[in-house]
Design a binder for this molecule. Sequence first.
Ligand code: GCO
Ligand code: MG
Length: 401
Amino acid sequence: MRIVSARVIVTCPGRNFVTLKIVTSSGLTGVGDATLNGREMAVVAYLREHVVPALIGRDPARIEDTWQFLYRGAYWRRGPVTMTAVAAVDTALWDIKGKVAGLPVYQLLGGRSRSGVLVYGHASGPDIAGVLDSVSTLVASGYQAVRVQSGIPGLSSVYGVSSDPVYEPASSALPATSVWSTTRYLGYIPTVFEAVRASFGPSLRLLHDAHHRLSPVEAAQLGKALEAYGLTWLEDPVPAEDQSAYRLLRRHTTTPLAVGEVFNSVWDCLGLISEHLIDYIRTSVVHAGGITHLRRIFDLAALYQVRSGSHGASDLSPVCMAAALHVDVAIPNFGLQEYMPHTPETDAVFPHGYRFADGYLHPSEEPGLGVDIDEELAARYPYRPAALPVNRLEDGTLHDW
Ligand code: GCO
Ligand code: MG
């Protein structure tokens, strides 16, 4: 069997998604997610210009060799654009291998380690009352773990907080500006968690995402202030370029830490994992080199009792979610999977067999990943440029997010 063609499909059923579809000489096909929010067309060009021509004629069974060819064989390697492109190829080849074997991909990864994949949902509101309503809705739908984000008095908008049930931070063609105040945030967030814990009791798992906005000592203050509320994790407290910041944090708080949704390779995670500086590693199939490389990261993490907590926002397509669930159900050190349901339009473009029940997601039992792209329907939703916002302090200074 040989690869005869590979199509890069861009569609916007409410938001942009990039998908690679690999076609083989036997007629079997495989799909991989290649979506990089706000930088979609960079990955499209990387795939079309530099990857697809080299795939034609290759044996699709040689997943590891193809991964090595695209990563180790490239002089300019790593980085989000490159690793998203590599991920798309790798994911599509696992899909094909599953179809050839007649098995769901998790069977090829060693079979089930658990009956389902525990997911966390997203609660948010403009203030404490709104947050409590939002958490109630999730709990009533069966969620056992909830990420809590809140509006902050004095700030007109906060990233990740929206009255719209569809979570979409990338809306305008050029980056919108949001205004941020760490002082206002640090003063309010502990009161939100106090109220949520008091209303929902000790067993609901609670998480919070700081979106890389704090300095090391601010993050340490927040971690300490949240200890009383028993969070499952505090996510991305500081920008992770300076990983030594986590040493400082660890000296001051036992709130568990989750990092890694913007990481692309095992090298990005190595120090944080091997120094026991984090508790959950949030790398994803689509942004960390596909199933092959994500498995390698999670195996490293297992040596240090770090568990998986993969990114799964709605800008990662159903193809990525399908692939993530096969990994999640198979690995020994699974922790939690992020889950935001996609819109009905997106679900229709990407027919899939995974399902949600009682706080868990269950991978498809079909051979391969159990997900596809309806190319005719996809073609009805042309690409629309959409950028993530930028973050400025109240005096106009550009800030991390
Ligand atoms: C999360 C994330 C998202 C990302 C978004 C970027 O934890 O789900 O932080 O909100 O910012 O996926 O594209
Ligand atoms: Mg996050």
